[in-house]
Ligand binder design. Structure first.
Ligand code: NAG
Ligand code: NAG
Ligand code: NAG
Ligand code: NAG
Ligand code: NAG
Ligand code: NAG
Ligand code: NAG
Length: 500
């Protein structure tokens, strides 16, 4: 069976004139629906019969990697989700649909207990400290007419190695409201004992929430023009499902603290925080020194300073991540695509679509880097989950990996700047240094290995944003389409190889 598939793949490869070693994307996990590592059969039976576990109501959404595990979130959008944070073993595996282990424990996933995790959309893990930062929106059954608002939104930090919580911070009402907030995504900035930047996707009061670890305090920066939905981009289609909703700021990405530019190391504590409302084609960034300055956060007031607008993407996006070389990866939802942009190049001409596939890339929701240069993508068909009932007789969720050669923006330890450059590192100005001797095999590696397919994404011009509508979805040029077809073939090959 496997041999036949390998043979077919090899022939397919020859026919398409592409090198199997350049087949970029590989399906490494695939679930029709998710199930859990229940303590015993009786607990399972009670949960199933009592509808505390309703298989088709469970969707995986956020993904991060740390030391041999993928950490995965399950937002409690519908009833019957027994755990909201889980993990599964990472890497290549024979078990393509593993059971999910509630993390850190079943107890900490107890619904209705406000000390436990209630509704986790996303997480971030700092590889230097081994700490996982968890945003818990508090409210559950958020897709129903009457969401359950029992627990307040909170931020938790758990030490994966020491196995204990090191922070539980409950947001004040004016930062993340009990009824209206929706904590969506989180990035970490290690400056000054640590900041977390968290998007609040709230319909009423969207913004970026800043948490300062040193001051144990939070505030929110608001900027309607760039953080609220653009009504012209509220309608789009993903395969046969129409999305029609004005969705505010969702994912965000942080630029690396250290850049290698023209043989100079640039240490910069003033970083860019990239974001885009889900209903928008624009990519924006705000500078981290603005976010860190609480004075810009007057309650309900608007930030009046500069927000950068880089121009338009080819489609709406939800997942977004930046690597430690300043390369941004993001989803293109209506195109079933993944895009890459090296932030050292102009956005309008520098964006590339690196993969496109209707079947395998239906709603790319989240991205994670491991420590070996693999980028793992979580695909979850959220479009169907929201607007239709999920059919559990076909694959709905996938993890798809590709060795792109990058690492998370959080990996800057190999520059060893902390011991020698403390004063520069803690200042907020740009400093240039001679290139220090780097450890082999890390950041000095070329981060863009030869790519099999790089069709140009065609940014939709401002005036035709409505084109994301239905059949007028922007199409790549024919040359680009041909390359996209190559990407698709490599993806299919990868799928064939693994689905045995
Ligand atoms: C879930 O997993 C348990 C074993 O942990 C198994 O007994 C049960 O049948 C599974 N349920 C479904 C719906 O797959
Ligand atoms: C990650 O990259 C390493 C090194 O290239 C490779 O050996 C490994 O199989 C990759 N893992 C996954 C899950 O793709
Ligand atoms: C997969 O299973 C085969 C046969 O059982 C075994 O030889 C191989 O080592 C396994 N691979 C992994 C990655 O677990
Ligand atoms: C931080 O603030 C939170 C408010 O939610 C409080 O519960 C906690 O005790 C504070 N922690 C410290 C170390 O002051
Ligand atoms: C939340 O909303 C409900 C219904 O609108 C209202 O009764 C309740 O007071 C609100 N709670 C808070 C804390 O604002
Ligand atoms: C970042 O914002 C601060 C405060 O507004 C400003 O002084 C600084 O020049 C900005 N830096 C960049 C690179 O835009
Ligand atoms: C998109 O199409 C829908 C249904 O065809 C229509 O109601 C809506 O107004 C269109 N939106 C835009 C922005 O053109």
């Amino acid at each position: 069976m496997l041999t036949t598939k390998l043979l077919v793949s090899a022939l397919f490869c020859l026919a398409a004139n592409i090198d199997l070693s350049s087949a970029k994307f590989r399906v490494i996990r695939e679930w029709n629906y998710v199930n859990f590592t229940w303590p015993d059969a009786e607990v399972y039976r009670q949960a199933f019969e009592g509808q505390q576990y309703v298989p088709e109501n469970n969707i995986i959404a956020g993904l991060k990697y740390f030391e041999d595990f993928y950490y995965i979130t399950l937002p409690r959008m519908k009833p019957g989700v027994p755990a909201t944070l889980v993990r599964v073993p990472a890497g290549l595996s024979n078990n393509t649909a593993p059971l999910l282990s509630p993390y850190p424990s079943w107890e900490m996933n107890q619904i209705g207990d406000c000390k436990s995790l209630q509704n986790v959309q996303n997480i971030e893990i700092d590889p230097a400290t081994g700490r996982i930062w968890i945003i818990d929106g508090g409210r559950t059954e958020t897709l129903s007419d009457s969401p359950v608002a029992k627990c307040r939104p909170k931020l938790l930090v758990y030490d994966i190695k020491k196995e204990n919580f090191v922070l539980t911070y409950v947001f004040p009402e004016d930062v993340a409201s009990f009824n209206g907030s929706f904590l969506y995504d989180i990035v970490l900035d290690n400056a000054d004992q640590g900041y977390a930047y968290i998007t609040d996707n709230s319909g009423r009061d969207p913004g970026i929430i800043v948490f300062s670890a040193k001051d144990n305090k939070s505030w929110k920066i608001r900027h309607s023009q760039s953080m609220r939905a653009d009504p012209r981009a509220a309608y789009f289609r993903v395969n046969d499902v129409s999305i029609s909703a004005s969705l505010n700021i969702a994912s965000l990405a942080l630029s690396p603290r250290i850049k290698n530019s023209n043989d100079k190391i640039i240490v910069n504590d003033e970083r860019e925080v990239f974001y885009s409302p889900l209903s928008s084609l624009h990519l924006y960034s705000i500078n981290s020194s603005v976010l860190k300055n609480e004075q810009f956060a007057a309650t309900l007031g608007e930030f009046q300073g500069n927000v950068k607008d880089y121009g338009t993407k080819a489609s709406q996006s939800v997942g977004m991540v930046m690597d430690n070389q300043g390369v941004l990866y993001y989803s293109l939802l209506a195109l079933n695509g993944i895009a890459r942009w090296d932030s050292g190049t102009p956005f309008q001409t520098g964006q590339k679509m690196i993969a496109k596939d209707e079947r395998y890339l239906e709603w790319v929701n989240s991205f994670a880097f491991d420590d070996q240069g693999n980028l793992t993508i979580l695909v979850n068909r959220l479009n169907r989950f929201i607007y239709q009932k999920l059919s559990i007789n076909e694959p709905n969720f996938r993890l798809i990996a590709s060795n792109v050669g990058g690492k998370s923006y959080l990996y800057d330890e190999s520059y060893n700047y902390e011991s020698s450059q403390t004063s520069e590192a803690s200042s907020t100005t740009t400093t240039e240094k001679e290139v220090p001797v780097l450890k082999p095999g890390t950041d000095q590696d070329p981060y863009l290995s030869p790519q099999p397919a790089e069709p140009q994404a065609e940014p939709t011009p401002e005036s035709s944003m409505g084109q994301t509508n239905g059949s007028t979805t922007p199409k790549p040029s024919s040359a680009a389409a041909e390359k996209a077809a190559t990407a698709l073939i490599s993806l299919l090959i990868a799928g064939m190889l693994l689905v045995v």
